[in-house]
Design a protein around this ligand. Structure first.
Ligand code: C5P
Length: 308
């Protein structure tokens, strides 16, 4: 058993540098080929010993988020307790800095952080392969949040292979004043594909992977792309102005992040990213814009137990 009374884990947001959406599967998910990258915008999840499961959510991006058993962090704790046959309880506390329903996998990140924090708190020592499997049951992006950095995701996004890159990547996130529901964006893509007859190809993002490995920003700007973008733009047409604002501000490329409505822009360096963020913010086409660094680690305890 662990003698830890309290564990704090921080977990990054993710972007999809490339998101190729294949056909709709019988289980209701789409076959994906995607390149994930973790960026340094973090939620912080603290787990403390308690009776039963309790959850509190606060922070600048907590508005409207349920703090009950529908929250993925709560579900992660319950799933781990069941899988580890643990009767221990936990009081989870989530500090939200990653915007909700923004295409940045904030909820998935909280679930990954809760899995890791409860595993430590309860002293379960669950092997990583088992945590992976639990993460995949919670959501398509939860596994990536455990690992972070840069990875190719296949299946419904939960099967990962790391992409090694030693370069730093500078991005700007332009966060919209409303959220978009992920299922509705996928449904809209299916609707558009039915109407236009354009097949779902889900091609492998070889050029993106090569550009990442080479640290070649120009090639990356040219190759990045998101099959969900037309669907997100149909549901939130105002994003076209945000995308224009980022490119006029000097971004190498811009696109919708995941299922949106956040827009993500590639910048040459940190100073340029900061100036692009200021310009997008000044354009009034988003709620806020922030420069972030890509290729950071996934969910990690902020303080390690003394014996590790
Ligand atoms: O796995 P997650 O809970 O994040 O998925 C949310 C929703 O997004 C799914 O219910 C599904 O509608 C859609 N989705 C999908 N194909 C994927 C991932 C997500 O259709 N590969």
């Amino acid at each position: 058993m662990s003698d830890q009374q309290r564990i704090t884990v921080r977990v990054p947001a993710k972007i999809n540098i490339s998101l190729a959406v294949g056909p709709l599967r019988a289980d209701g998910f789409h076959q994906l080929t995607t390149v994930f990258q973790a960026v340094d915008l973090y939620d912080v999840v603290t787990a403390e010993r308690a009776e039963g499961i309790a959850l509190a959510v606060q922070g600048p991006e907590a508005t409207g988020l349920a703090a009950d058993d529908t929250n993925l962090a709560w579900r992660a704790a319950a799933l781990l307790a069941e899988a580890g046959q643990s009767r221990a309880g936990v009081a989870l506390h989530v500090s939200k800095f990653i915007p909700v329903a923004a295409g940045l996998a904030g909820g998935s990140g909280d679930a990954a952080a809760a899995l890791l924090a409860c595993d430590r708190l309860w002293g379960l020592g669950t092997p990583m392969a088992e945590l992976d499997a639990l993460a995949a049951r919670l959501g398509s992006d939860v596994t990536f949040a455990l690992y972070g950095h840069t990875a190719l995701g296949t299946g419904r996004g939960e099967r990962l292979s790391p992409i090694s890159t030693t370069s730093e990547f500078h991005w700007v996130l332009a966060v919209a004043s409303r959220g978009l529901s992920t299922p509705s964006v996928y449904r809209e893509l299916d609707r558009q594909r039915q109407t236009t007859g354009v097949p779902a190809d889900g091609a492998a993002p070889d050029r993106v992977v090569a550009a990442l490995q080479a640290g070649d920003y120009t090639a990356l700007a040219d190759a990045m792309g998101n099959d969900l973008q037309p669907a997100a733009l149909a549901l939130a047409p105002e994003l076209a102005r945000t995308l224009e604002a980022g490119v006029s501000a000097g971004a190498l490329a811009g696109m919708v992040a995941g299922s949106g409505p956040t827009c993500v822009f590639l910048a040459q360096d940190r100073a340029t990213a900061q100036s692009i963020a200021r310009d997008i913010q000044a354009s009034g086409t988003c709620r806020f814009a922030v420069a972030v660094l890509g290729n950071v680690a996934g969910a990690r305890p902020a303080t390690l137990p003394a014996d590790q």
